[in-house]
Design a protein. Structure first.
Length: 280
């Protein structure tokens, strides 16, 4: 039913945005991204416009619009769910985000059905989105409008790039260290993957690959900054990118035909137990 609502609402959503309509768009965007549909970016763009019109980046605006605490929490979850979908996609595709983290004046809430003895994937994804935003902000602006590099500028650029890489990798390491399986001594060993259920294995591989993909984005972006500024010494970043790519390939090697069939069958399951699932 929510898909039909979204299809009818989409044309009028810019003129009459509602929280319900935003939820419908986000649900469609989530499943569109899961199946690789071309409409994902446009759905996210519509959702971003809706969220901006509703001023969901502002806690005070949310309190004025929605009387009950439960509605306010739903509104905040919607904004952060949009953020968790948009930022990794923008990072992967080289796009600029429409939602700016600097304007959001409240922390992500817990998922709707979260309990202390369960993993709060909503918070994990929201945190990863903020790291993606940090990486995006450090991307080079490109050569357009930049002056020719001056003497010593290349060295300064290398130092700045190194500092940026260290800071972002530290954030990524902290994020990975707080994953629910981080304490497992053999978290990435083949025998450990084989012992997991399809769902657990998929969740683990997905999280690890997100980590390594972010590492590649960090190093490749900063290497371009150095090149644009006339510097050299990008070999270490290239080596790190190769290492990250090898880790992604290694992790993906553990995906079996059973996992693929499970994933196809699981397309309709979008609860909070899914690391990227819809959760209001």
């Amino acid at each position: 039913m929510i898909f039909k609502e979204a299809l009818y609402m989409r044309q009028n959503l810019r003129d009459k945005p509602t929280l319900r309509g935003l939820q419908a768009l986000l649900t469609m965007a989530y499943f569109s991204g899961r199946v690789g549909d071309d409409s994902t970016s446009s759905l996210l763009a519509d959702a971003a416009v809706c969220a901006q019109t509703l001023e969901l980046h502002s806690a005070s605006a949310i309190e004025k619009q929605y009387n009950s605490s439960s509605e306010q929490q739903v509104a905040k979850r919607a904004l952060w769910f949009l953020n968790s979908l948009e930022k990794p996609r923008c990072l992967a595709e080289g796009l600029l985000p429409l939602i700016h983290d600097d304007l959001i004046d409240y922390d992500p809430p817990s998922s709707a059905s979260h309990s202390p003895d369960e993993v709060d994937w909503f918070a994990i994804n929201a945190r990863f989105a903020t790291i993606c935003y940090s990486i995006i902000r450090e991307r080079p602006r490109g050569k357009l409008g930049r002056s020719s590099p001056r003497r010593g500028q290349g060295q300064a650029s290398r130092h700045s790039a190194s500092s940026t890489i260290s800071r972002i990798e530290s954030l990524l390491d902290e994020w990975r260290g707080d994953l629910p399986f981080a304490s497992d001594s053999n978290a990435t060993e083949s025998n450990e993957f084989a012992a997991l259920t399809c769902s657990e294995r998929r969740h683990r591989i997905k999280c690890l690959n997100k980590y390594w993909s972010a590492v590649i984005a960090t190093h490749s972006g900063q290497a371009r900054v150095v090149v644009v500024d006339g510097g050299g010494g990008v070999g270490l970043s290239k080596e790190r990118c190769v290492e990250a790519a090898q880790e992604i390939l290694k992790n993906s090697h553990y995906i079996t035909s059973t996992d693929i069939l499970y994933d196809i069958r699981d397309t309709g399951d979008h609860d909070c137990g899914d690391p990227g699932g819809v959760c209001w």
